[in-house]
Ligand binder design. Sequence first.
Ligand code: C5P
Length: 217
Amino acid sequence: MTGLIAALDTTDLAIARRWADAVAPSCGMIKLGLEFFLANGADGVRAMGDRPIFLDLKLHDIPKTVAGAVRAVLPLAPRLLTLHAAGGAKMVAAARQAAETAGAARPQLLAVTVLTSLEAAPGEVLRLARLAMAAGADGLVCSGRDVRELRDALGPAALLVVPGIRPAGASPDDQARTMTPRAAAEAGADWLVVGRPITEAADPAAAAAAIAAEIAG
Ligand code: C5P
């Protein structure tokens, strides 16, 4: 069953809280990214309450620094945390080792392969995906376009989280290659990440509910 994550991309804590309340019935998780985190810090994450959180920090540095960053966010108990596969196997392994110190409730580590804003050489997404999974990532952030190939290559255990989702007829905004919620769910995504189609809707609660209904089929 594919779940829905609302991307709450704002620096404004009050707005993020309002969106989180609106989408709560339809979304299993909320995503807080660099924009929110750099403006509001760890206190801002805590202020979002005990909702399951996807902390999208896309960590990328030397292994020791990334391990330290992972340990630094463990008290916030995010369910999902992102890092760049391009940081290399040692960096991913160091992140996993750091995450393990939180025990069973540790964050699941998602590797970003090639940013969708960049051109990927043929085979590069799969190469980085395999590297990250072998080094200890729990899954990947990937485009809807790649999800079926990655699912086939990596098997059912890999957590595949897919942004760039647009309901049929919605504006693509700046997303170059979008996929509908239904198509991404059928391709094998575990979670879909949706931002502006929810947060910029006149009624974010209704928009999230409609997307959740489309996922469910
Ligand atoms: O508003 P929209 O639905 O495009 O938001 C998608 C979210 O997913 C944003 O928070 C964006 O940073 C994130 N994301 C993405 N493409 C990626 C990785 C993350 O759109 N490849």
